[in-house]
Design a protein around this ligand. Structure first.
Ligand code: 16G
Length: 245
């Protein structure tokens, strides 16, 4: 990158010139998609500018969606998400959805344990007075691409020990005959805010899909109440429609 000549280039604030140099490198493909940016300090040394200047330039490019920050792992040249087409008629799990596309699911844990339920969890799950609720919150990643944040709440009757969930929740529920067979799902538009934007690697304010799923057993008992935030640039939900009677 032609960063060492930045000071000499003249004209305009330094951070704007740095921003422009980086932007050109990204747009021309010299910095290819998915590449990790050097650490702020190294970039500052290399370009002979202060770390504040580097941060300002990088912040700008993150805001414009050219770079993404992944918490704990650094800053990367943004990769447009592969769009996923998700049929709305089948009750499948995230792990199954990704596997059917040849993608590997991993999850980063945001929350996992037994908690005092919120009034909403109590109502949705029909919990008895004093009962705790099992919660699992995950950042769901397909082949290194964070796609969604999911927070599931279950009655301890179906998930007495949330710690045992290591990969697929539905696969685990299947073993105890508690895999849901029916669900109501509500999808609404939203703008992604912090801290979710940082986790999903999208700019603050990016379009998201907020999804609520309530799943039932054949008996009508509620198994799961799950709120998810999906990346708007990664998902198409597709439904088949039939002419009504
Ligand atoms: C799906 C469900 C979610 C369920 C999860 C189980 C939506 C919007 N949500 O992501 O409610 O908890 O699958 O996935 O589709 P798992 O079996 O891979 O843990």
């Amino acid at each position: 990158l032609p960063l060492d000549s930045l000071q000499a280039a003249g004209g305009g604030p330094l951070y704007l010139r740095l921003r422009q140099t980086l932007e050109e490198a990204i747009r021309s493909g010299r910095l290819s998609k998915g590449t990790a940016l050097p650490a702020e300090r190294d970039l500052a040394d290399y370009a002979h500018v202060s770390r504040v200047t580097v941060r300002k330039a990088v912040d700008d490019l993150v805001k414009d969606g050219l770079l993404t920050r992944r918490q704990g792992s650094g800053t990367f040249v943004a990769q447009p998400a592969t769009r996923v087409e998700q049929p709305l008629s089948r009750l499948t799990s995230f792990t199954e959805d990704m596997a059917s596309r040849g993608l590997q699911t991993t999850s980063e844990w945001l929350e996992r344990g037994l908690f005092h339920p919120s009034p909403e969890e109590k109502m949705r799950l029909g919990l008895s007075a004093g009962a705790l609720v099992a919660r699992i919150g995950r950042l769901r990643i397909a082949n290194d691409m964070p796609l969604a944040i999911e927070r599931a709440s279950l009655s301890t009757e179906f998930l007495p020990d949330p710690e045992v969930v290591t990969s697929s929740l539905y696969a685990l529920l299947e073993k105890t005959d508690a895999r849901p067979v029916r669900a109501i799902q509500r999808i609404s538009a939203c703008n992604v805010r912090e801290p979710e934007a940082g986790l999903l690697g999208v700019p603050v304010g990016a379009a998201g899909l907020s999804i609520e799923r309530i799943s039932y057993l054949a008996s009508g008992r509620v198994v799961e109440f799950t709120r998810s935030l999906y990346r708007g640039d990664a998902y198409d939900f597709v439904a088949e429609l039939a002419l009504g009677e």
